[in-house]
Design a protein around this ligand. Structure first.
Ligand SMILES: [Zn+2]
Length: 316
């Protein structure tokens, strides 16, 4: 079974005029690749001599796949129903690293290019995409970048009267399931995104944005104490304005599951601390890595004027 860990973050905003605003954060798995759980269990099934242990691993693998199917169906339903439901639905995914500039002559096989990440956000409501391009001279594929891109999209790029929002994202702990991204969602919640979105302007469809830097979500995340949350085990997390800072956590998508509640705010921290945060893009230029400078310089003669200018500036 092709597996790729996927995570669902549902950002549910109150049923009436933001009266009850909350985020649901769900985690799902397989599509194309296997996830680490799949690989580890498949390995046990294939390589364990002990029949009992083999059986145990097979059962665990089946259970894992069932959980995945359940979550995948939920995601597909969200995407399918987006236009006709009262939820605004987006999904985002960090795509495979690409290398630029892309030239095709044979010397390129031996040349070092710039690594470039792309966080693709798919908006199911307008059936369109938003690409957050992250060259290595600015940032990488970490949680700060993810938090900044998602925040920027939700507060600057869309306009809607919907009161609820569902966000699907990758299940990767380093990128998404962590205190940095969680602090970003709490900030959205504290700032009452309904208003922000309602006043934002609709930009051109299929927008590509190259970011110059990121807000320091790390400093916001210092307001949180995550030790009891067990975010890595979570299948779904709901954040609400009613119970700000006390997420409800589900370990699976099953209908019979009940959530546990965990306060993650440090002592003395309130919703106001998040509502008053000023979110800025702080430039984080690293420059071209030294070992790539000569390679990139050698590519300049083959570039279009626009690209030439871009890479010349980077080279300084
Ligand atoms: Zn898996």
């Amino acid at each position: 079974m092709g597996i790729n860990k996927k995570e669902l973050i549902q950002v549910k905003k109150g049923s009436k005029l933001g009266a009850r605003i909350c985020f649901d954060w769900n985690f799902v798995v397989p599509r194309i690749d296997t996830c680490s759980t799949c690989d580890s269990l498949s390995n046990k099934v294939g390589n364990t001599g002990d029949n009992e242990k083999k059986k145990e691993a097979q059962m665990a693998l089946d259970f894992h796949h069932r959980k995945v199917e359940c979550a995948t169906k939920a995601m597909q339903a969200d995407v399918r129903n987006a236009k006709h439901s009262d939820f605004y639905v987006i999904a985002y995914d960090m795509q495979q690293q690409i290398y630029v500039p892309q030239l095709t002559h044979s010397e390129m096989y031996y040349s070092r290019q710039l690594a470039c990440c792309n966080l693709g956000i798919h908006d199911s409501d307008i059936e369109n995409g938003f690409m957050c391009v992250l060259p290595e001279t600015v940032g990488g594929r970490g949680s700060l970048e993810v938090a900044h891109c998602v925040y920027s999209y939700l507060t600057k790029q869309i306009t809607t009267n919907k009161k609820k929002l569902i966000v699907w994202s990758d299940n990767c702990g380093a990128q998404n399931k962590n205190h940095i991204v969680l602090s970003m969602y709490l900030t959205l919640l504290a700032k009452d995104v309904v208003r922000t979105i309602a006043t934002a302007k609709q930009k051109n469809l299929f927008v590509v944005a190259v970011f110059d830097g990121f807000h320091d979500w790390r400093s916001v995340a210092k307001n949180l104490n995550m030790t009891k949350l067990k975010i890595s085990e979570a299948a779904k997390i709901r954040l609400s304005r009613d119970q700000f800072g006390t997420p409800e956590v589900w370990k699976s998508h099953g209908a019979l599951q009940f959530p546990t509640k965990t306060n993650i705010l440090r002592k003395g921290v309130t919703i106001d601390d998040f509502a008053t945060i000023e979110v800025n893009e702080q430039p984080t230029k690293h420059g071209i890595p030294e070992e790539k400078v000569a390679h990139i310089r050698a590519m300049l003669p083959y570039l279009t004027n626009e690209a030439y200018e871009y890479y010349s500036q980077l080279l300084g």
